[in-house]
Unconditional design. Structure first.
Lengths: 260, 305
């Protein structure tokens, strides 16, 4: 029963605290949980939602300045080619192209406030939080005079496809302690490990960070067809043809009977 | 009802797919074209990745062609001998086409090449058919003398003559082989069955009676598209069987309805309608090339070779 693991995942509050990479001594640390640690793509899959919730644990009285929360969800990264059309001899054709080494297939940033105010440039560079930092485009400059234009275009296109989203102010943060955020996963989801990161910041500096993984996998019929197509391509191809031939024949016979 | 497609990796409405399959199947049964030149752009439009759309479109054409051929067979309107000769030529042409396609891919302009061939061939054939069929239509309206379909031309002077009883022809095998090769070549390049080239070529070049053209064209298309489907499944793993199933369910029903309506229409009317359809697709693709696109950039996962 595939749903069992899912339900089990519900409500489990993570045990790991003060995860690796936390920059400051844990005077304030994250205690967090996810509504589910796996997403099953079945035939009726139409997008999903991950609820990220938790609290800030403190050993000392509340320090000066407001605390902010940033939550990111990142899908598996792939290399990407961005092409630009240009007018040549009256028709629009692909001319320039830029290759990106790794761009996530899905990326969401949810925060308590505007990223510019709650995250400093240095911390962004170190943790790769904002979209331009997540997309790694080393060497893209060699291919085109203006790779930034291409990368901005990709961000624009993928935001339009709901693959990338930036939701500033969408984290609910109560009494500087309790936080929760819903991250909607679109229906055109790619399989793989989705990395969920939670950051606490104060005055632009990251106070604590935590890492989680949500596994997204095809299940049931979807899994079966997908792996058959990969492992037995000849069988799969012949199966498609047999199905087509059978359906064509059945329709013809059916209508033949109807007409009589 | 939303349905997640395992290979295309998108979620689409199942009834929308049934409807699309139905419309394309209807046209397929009526005109004897596979419908590949319609289904592929329509699938792009609803968000199916192009590679999956091309491969799965071919699979759907197999089913609608089989359904159509069986319907034509009941009326004894399939010339198997002619179909096999065309097919023999088609396999040679298709092999050549696949080679050219790979060469264009290496040059990095395969999209443009495919679009330009669509515009060129669809436009040319559509315009020729429209002009001819309109003339025939006016002539029959005036009630003037009807000229015979096959006039003796240089085609009839070629050697290796063969009897095609179902078509009532006694001609050389060279023209059908050549037509088959040309269609196979185009099919491999454009990712379609090639019915829209085959049907007019059979009528105007080979002088076959319109009655047997549709069935014979469909018979030949079954094999060309089955071959394409298998090749895509093995080399690219881009055939989505669930997507194909829904398109097919709609398609086979549509093809049967299309065939029974096609029988009631006059041959000239059928040709005028097909010509208009072909021209419309050609104009649409031409406009895509000429008008400034709203988004100049496109994103493709993966690196190019």
């Amino acid at each position: 029963m595939s749903g069992a693991g899912l339900r089990q995942g519900l409500g489990i509050v993570a045990l790991a605290m003060g995860a690796a990479g936390s920059p400051a001594p844990a005077a304030e640390s994250i205690v967090a949980g996810l509504s589910q640690n796996r997403v099953s793509i079945t035939a009726d899959f139409d997008g999903s939602e991950i609820l990220v919730y938790g609290a800030v644990k403190r050993n000392a009285p509340l320090p000066e300045g407001a605390m902010e929360v940033i939550i990111t969800v990142e899908g598996p990264a792939t290399p990407v080619t961005i092409r630009k059309k240009d007018r040549r001899a009256g028709i629009w054709i692909n001319t320039e192209a830029v290759h990106i080494d790794a761009a996530p297939s899905f990326y969401a940033v949810v925060t308590t406030g505007p990223l510019r105010q709650i995250l400093s440039e240095t911390e962004d560079l170190r943790h790769r939080i904002t979209l331009p930092r997540v997309i790694r485009a080393i060497g893209a400059a060699n291919e085109s005079g203006s790779p930034t234009e291409f990368i901005e275009a990709m961000q624009r296109i993928r935001i339009g496809e709901s693959r990338y989203r930036v939701l500033q102010g969408a984290v609910e943060f109560t009494e500087q302690t309790l936080f929760r955020a819903d991250v909607v996963l679109p229906s055109n989801l790619t399989e793989g490990e989705y990395r969920v990161r939670i950051f606490l910041t104060r005055g632009g500096r990251v106070v604590d960070a935590q890492d989680r993984v949500v596994g997204v996998r095809k299940e049931g019929l979807e899994r079966f067809l997908f792996s058959l197509a990969r492992s037995q391509p000849w069988l799969y191809g012949l199966l498609s043809l047999v199905m087509a031939a059978g359906a064509g024949w059945a329709a013809s016979v059916g209508f033949g009977i109807l007409r009589r | 009802m939303q349905l997640y497609l395992p290979i295309a990796e998108v979620s689409v409405n199942a009834f929308l797919l049934l409807g699309l399959g139905g419309i394309v199947g209807f046209l397929s049964g009526m005109f004897g074209v596979g419908g590949g030149f319609l289904i592929t752009p329509l699938l792009f439009f609803i968000g199916v990745p192009p590679a999956v759309a091309v491969a799965t479109g071919a699979n759907q054409v197999v089913a609608s062609s089989i359904s159509g051929v069986l319907a034509q067979l009941r009326r004894k309107a399939v010339d198997f001998r002619m179909g096999l000769v065309l097919l023999a030529g088609g396999l040679v042409g298709s092999a050549a086409g696949i080679w050219v396609f790979q060469w264009m891919t290496r040059l990095g302009q395969v999209d443009l090449f495919v679009q330009l061939s669509y515009v060129l061939f669809l436009g040319l054939i559509g315009a020729m058919m429209l002009q001819e069929s309109l003339r025939a239509w006016f002539r029959s309206q005036r009630g003037g003398p009807v000229r015979r379909a096959h006039v003796h031309t240089w085609v009839h002077g070629l050697p290796f003559k063969m009897k095609f009883r179902a078509s009532g022809l006694y001609i050389s095998v060279l023209p059908p082989l050549g037509v088959g090769a040309l269609v196979g070549f185009l099919a491999a390049i454009m990712g379609v069955g090639g019915g829209f080239v085959m049907v007019p070529a059979m009528i105007y070049l080979l002088g076959m009676p319109t009655k047997v053209v549709v069935g014979t064209s469909l018979f030949q298309i079954i094999f060309v598209t089955a071959f394409t489907t298998l090749m895509h499944a093995v080399t690219n793993q881009t055939v989505d069987i669930l997507l194909a199933l829904l398109l097919i369910l709609g398609g086979v029903v549509g093809a049967q309805i299309g065939t029974s309506i096609g029988v009631r229409l006059k041959a000239e009317q059928l040709r005028i309608l097909l010509a208009l359809l072909v021209l419309a697709v050609s104009v649409k693709i031409a406009l895509d090339l000429l008008i400034r696109p709203s988004e100049l950039y496109s994103v493709m996962p993966g690196v190019l070779p």
